[in-house]
Design a protein around this ligand. Sequence first.
Ligand SMILES: CC(C)(COP(=O)(O)OP(=O)(O)OC[C@H]1O[C@@H](n2cnc3c(N)ncnc32)[C@H](O)[C@@H]1OP(=O)(O)O)[C@@H](O)C(=O)NCCC(=O)NCCS
Length: 211
Amino acid sequence: MKRVYLIGQGGHSKVIKDIIEAQNVYKIAGYLDDKFSSLKEEHGSIFAPLSYVKELQSHDAFFIVSIGDNRVRKKIVERIALPVEKYAVAIHPSAVISPSAQIGHGTAIMAKAVLNASTIIEDHVIVNTASVIEHDSFIEKFSHVSPGAILTGNVTCREGVHIGAGSSVIPNIVIGQWSVVGAGASVIRDVEQEDTVVGVPAKSIKGRVGK
Ligand SMILES: CC(C)(COP(=O)(O)OP(=O)(O)OC[C@H]1O[C@@H](n2cnc3c(N)ncnc32)[C@H](O)[C@@H]1OP(=O)(O)O)[C@@H](O)C(=O)NCCC(=O)NCCS
């Protein structure tokens, strides 16, 4: 079996661990996180700071950045600068994935997620539990579609978008890069980049005091 190191050991990495174990393609070799000051081995697993990433590379070693925050995930990917093929793809066996869907490296597809025909999910994306990504939708790198969110047909999420839990987006909408859709929102118009929209129908809160 291929070995995989999880980068980051927080709440999100617990979910990735469960997916990888259910997927039965990779064996978890250990965790890299700067909360470890040096390399140690316990019960056959490696625990080491991120600086060990290069040393741990071998032909059968893969990595996955298991951090939920989109910007932090991007920062780490840039910092460790691994070839993209060294990133594992974590797919829960209960996910329903169209044969015509494309899934990038370092991406995690969680339990009961649905990816319908001709969807494209780029690298280092999180498609969270029971979310639905309908036909022809395009999710750019470092995005996160939260649990129970529904992206209907031909929705585009530019880089780093966070779609909140239980929200929905009507067809043909474009969400600008690094924007956030609040939990439970219903998006019926395009969202500008670096915006935050909430509510039904979703409206920007960027202009509010403190935003
Ligand atoms: C949208 C969101 C990012 C805003 O967070 P924030 O910037 O800290 O905003 P605040 O909590 O200060 O709220 C700002 C205003 O927006 C409102 N608001 C915030 N989130 C909202 C939501 N989801 N729906 C409706 N209104 C919301 C608040 O009531 C507040 O309104 P007010 O100015 O009238 O008091 C956050 O509330 C949210 O929904 N995040 C998604 C979380 C999620 O789904 N995580 C999944 C992890 S797997």
